[in-house]
Design a protein around this ligand. Sequence first.
Ligand SMILES: *[C@@H]1O[C@H](CO)[C@@H](O)[C@H](O)[C@H]1NC(C)=O
Ligand SMILES: *[C@@H]1O[C@H](CO)[C@@H](O)[C@H](O)[C@H]1NC(C)=O
Ligand SMILES: *[C@@H]1O[C@H](CO)[C@@H](O)[C@H](O)[C@H]1NC(C)=O
Ligand SMILES: *[C@@H]1O[C@H](CO)[C@@H](O)[C@H](O)[C@H]1NC(C)=O
Ligand SMILES: *[C@@H]1O[C@H](CO)[C@@H](O)[C@H](O)[C@H]1NC(C)=O
Ligand SMILES: *[C@@H]1O[C@H](CO)[C@@H](O)[C@H](O)[C@H]1NC(C)=O
Ligand SMILES: *[C@@H]1O[C@H](CO)[C@@H](O)[C@H](O)[C@H]1NC(C)=O
Ligand SMILES: *[C@@H]1O[C@H](CO)[C@@H](O)[C@H](O)[C@H]1NC(C)=O
Length: 412
Amino acid sequence: MNLFRKNFLSCLILIFTFFITISNGATSIAPAGRSYSCSVINDNKLYVFGGDPFGIIGTPQTIYLDISLIGTPNPWYLLSDIPISVSAANAVFNGNNTVFLIFFNTVYAYNISNNQWYPTGSNGIVPQTRTQATAVIDKSGKIWYFGGTNGTTRIYFNDINSFDTSTYTWSFGSTLNVPTSRFSMISIMLPNGEILYIGGVDGSTRSYINMAQIPVYDTISGSWSTMNAVGDNIQGRQLFTAVLAPDGNIIIYGGNNVINSPIPTMATLNTNISPYTWTANKTGQGAPQYITGHVAAINGTHMIIALGATSKNGTFELTNSSTLNSNLNYNIYALNIQTNVWSVNSTTPALPTSIPSIPPTPSSNIGVILGIIIAVVIVIFACVLVFAFCRKCKKDKNIIPTPGSRDYQQQR
Ligand SMILES: *[C@@H]1O[C@H](CO)[C@@H](O)[C@H](O)[C@H]1NC(C)=O
Ligand SMILES: *[C@@H]1O[C@H](CO)[C@@H](O)[C@H](O)[C@H]1NC(C)=O
Ligand SMILES: *[C@@H]1O[C@H](CO)[C@@H](O)[C@H](O)[C@H]1NC(C)=O
Ligand SMILES: *[C@@H]1O[C@H](CO)[C@@H](O)[C@H](O)[C@H]1NC(C)=O
Ligand SMILES: *[C@@H]1O[C@H](CO)[C@@H](O)[C@H](O)[C@H]1NC(C)=O
Ligand SMILES: *[C@@H]1O[C@H](CO)[C@@H](O)[C@H](O)[C@H]1NC(C)=O
Ligand SMILES: *[C@@H]1O[C@H](CO)[C@@H](O)[C@H](O)[C@H]1NC(C)=O
Ligand SMILES: *[C@@H]1O[C@H](CO)[C@@H](O)[C@H](O)[C@H]1NC(C)=O
């Protein structure tokens, strides 16, 4: 009986270890709400880096959300800390297991496969330190880091710098026809190698940049131009999000412009037509209202919005803990970009009305569940084998294994 209990315990420990291993050592948490985080998406996981949790400026926390599992309790998991606390940093994913996080003028690398941070070098012409800049990565693994500000020295930047992630070398980009200095804008990399810079705050005038005047940097020819978009009027903003949908539409969401929440909350920039065209979208039922400082990502079919704060008519104040506390967003929103249906904390549509809903059967889930079942069966089978073997041992040697018995035997 003792023998059985001991082996059963080992078995439990094995199974437990196994589950820890499959979740990559991640611990599920209910994270403190936060703003000014940056994020990347890969394989239905939304990775969020740093930010300002309640009452704190900057955190080293890395958390992730499995967006195929929205609707289950505690969907956030804690990963390895960034080597330093960051806020308003930039994260880019190289499509190859590595996230590069740029903070001030230092690049940190995170290996998604082994959950480890490692330092990169900084060769070449290192850009001046800054915050609220923007970064994207191109297909060749070059990061393009533009704009930003140094709040202390009140310097506003308009230089574009590239960082080669294979040689860790910084280089200056083109200064010809460079746009005015700005911060808190968003960059979107188009498949043709052009980067669009949308919104933000102008460094010299400190006013919100016209959303229709879009600086474009061509990473192939190394030249700047301006796209004057047409269509609906979209109010200037900062702390908003922009994602590129597979159909070439850029979807922007939320943000703030200090005195109020910019209108419209959601808009689409069609980059398939020239000039690019803005359309104000209606936000359907269940959409986040007045959200700012959040993160957003698109996985092909769904735009996910998480974290940040909701500010009724511009009461968003990062420095005021009491406003933050009451306004932080804990909901996870998913917009089906094809049906314009929003869901909150769930993958099932909030409005099962006229749109026929396909039952949620993500194949990856079935894979995971099957994997777990098979693995558990293997582990149990292994335990049974060990158990049978030990019974044989017992018969052969009549030794009842107790903790430390092996040491005892060796000492003898
Ligand atoms: C995107 O995410 C949604 C909900 O979070 C999920 O239901 C869907 O399967 C995902 N789509 C793709 C293409 O990964
Ligand atoms: C991806 O990683 C492999 C192995 O480290 C490397 O050979 C390859 O060049 C990388 N690709 C990109 C786009 O970085
Ligand atoms: C990332 O981790 C995986 C798994 O440990 C390893 O095979 C790979 O070489 C690592 N990549 C880098 C760039 O360190
Ligand atoms: C601003 O510049 C000062 C002096 O160079 C530096 O110590 C500080 O880190 C900079 N701040 C940012 C946000 O880059
Ligand atoms: C929003 O705030 C502005 C400025 O304080 C005020 O004029 C306006 O009436 C407010 N709007 C709403 C809907 O509360
Ligand atoms: C912070 O916000 C609260 C609630 O809106 C307000 O009562 C308080 O005066 C604000 N504090 C500061 C320092 O602005
Ligand atoms: C969504 O989940 C969060 C975190 O568990 C919770 O705080 C929030 O109230 C939920 N929202 C809804 C609408 O159920
Ligand atoms: C937003 O508007 C654009 C342009 O009219 C449209 O193509 C798109 O489907 C709309 N987005 C959603 C989610 O409804």
